[in-house]
Design a protein around this ligand. Structure first.
Ligand SMILES: [Zn+2]
Length: 167
């Protein structure tokens, strides 16, 4: 069905009660509806990619050494406002990341991309580290000298596994 027609249909009250369907609030799609976000899967995916679906102030993730290191770099580079360790109970710790938004409520992080994956590892020498989005973004590497940005890896002449790009 055409886009405008679908939106029009989603606004119209159905003739019979049994014909009521959950419809995407954005595009009116009747299938693949995600109730929690009142959106279809396609719109949800688009929004989630922009990290705009929730506009959360913070996210909690199970803590790990690597994630803490990545959070440290994101904070240093100004992509998140801060992070801290929260102890839920003795055995479980979580890493709470406080996201950063611009005054007009857009996320500071425009995008991020995982580079090296368990299925396909990606290593770079120090001289092969390339700027991300013309130098506006950063890449995060694990090197023998610790987790660092591509820029500092280049500077300190170490290569490593390239984890992700953030811009
Ligand atoms: Zn939709």
């Amino acid at each position: 069905m055409a886009r405008t027609a679908k939106i029009a249909k989603s606004l119209k009250k159905p003739k019979f009660k049994v014909r009521v369907r959950n419809r995407c609030r954005v595009c009116g799609r009747a299938r693949g509806y995600i109730r929690k976000f009142q959106m279809c899967r396609i719109c949800f995916r688009g929004m989630a990619l922009n990290a705009a679906a929730a506009k959360h102030q913070r996210v909690d993730v199970p803590v790990s050494k690597l994630k803490t290191e990545i959070a440290r770099i994101l904070k240093e580079e100004g992509y998140i406002s801060t992070y801290k360790m929260v102890e839920e109970n003795k055995s479980r710790k979580t890493l709470r990341i406080f996201l950063k938004y611009t005054p007009d409520r857009r996320s500071v992080i425009t995008g991020m991309k995982r580079i090296s994956r368990p299925g396909q590892r990606n290593y770079l020498g120090s001289r092969d580290v390339r700027p991300v989005v013309g130098g506006l973004g950063i890449n995060i590497l694990t090197t023998p000298k610790g987790v660092m940005t591509g820029r500092s890896a280049r500077k300190s002449n170490v290569g490593g596994e390239i984890l992700c790009e953030v811009w």
